[in-house]
Design a protein around this ligand. Sequence first.
Ligand code: SAH
Ligand code: SF4
Length: 340
Amino acid sequence: MNSIFDYTIEMLEEYFVSIGEKKFKAKQVFEWLYQKRVKSFDEMSNISLDLREKLKNNFSIERLKLRRKQDSKDTSKYLFELSDGNLIESVLMRHDYGISVCVSSQIGCNMGCAFCESGRLKKVRNLKASEIVLQILMIEEEIKERISSVVVMGIGEPFDNYDEVMNFIKIINDPKGIAIGARHITVSTSGLIPGIEKYSNEPLQTNLAVSLHAPNNELRNKIMPVNKAYDIEKLIDAIKKYIDKTNRRVTIEYLMLNEVNDTPECANELAKLLRGLNVYVNLIPYNETSHIEFKKSSNERVMAFYDLLKKQGINVTVRRRFGSLIDAACGQLRANEVNK
Ligand code: SAH
Ligand code: SF4
């Protein structure tokens, strides 16, 4: 049975029309689900008994199971259990501008990046839109506060699960849904070019982040196997086309791996690669994990890298260290649970 949380408002409208009901029922159902936050169809009092019965027979309205929550100062990590027993995780971060949540889009990931726990665990399956939506819904309910921004940067490669991720975005962005502004939603990809192309044609003004992590093919091939299919030149070209089409600035994520990609040569090469592009670089401190040999760059090396980019006119920031105390890096909580 499909979850009612898989459905965008347009999909629900289609459903109601297909069973001979009025289209506007979709809006009413959305209000019950996302504004009043009911937990059963029986509570939808402006929907007829007969129609509630139909909904009950056709859709599930189950939430996920919260298996574990770990808190540190301004970060909370949620481990959810899905109806088939699989585990996924989400991370909440408190900033001075509001609360952001990082959601997972797949169970595991097939992209095989050398530094990443999620890649080590391999993809079990894609998440349904509902399973991504419920991460947001349940966290809002748990903290009793509104989430102001969402990043699809947890476990999984979102463009390897394109349609469900886009439905998720439509649902959380809908004014009758969770109403998170498109400009506050960011999808991060390891560089699947067909996904970037498709994304550039979406009508919503959501943001794109690309995990680059290396300034040349030789190094990127070593740490990100996806580069063998979509090399740096093609990737930069796809980013350029995306910017031309959408007029939106793209975030370039660059993980700082000690003595791997954090040398002055790498910084100079990166500056040259990105010159003239409307991007900003986010230098990400690496969260070390016990299963993987990469080490994080020292603050000195990060700052030297930062200075070299800055000097060459590249917009660059260093991401605040979030969650390293509670294993909040991509896939780590789940990895610890699965490996037990
Ligand atoms: N698959 C997508 C989105 C999920 S990964 C992507 O790769 O972009 C989100 C980000 O977390 C990526 O930039 C990834 O490189 C980074 N990441 C992976 N493992 C990490 C770790 N141990 N510490 C810090 N960042 C990590
Ligand atoms: Fe997958 Fe992203 Fe991890 Fe690479 S970094 S293995 S693409 S989740």
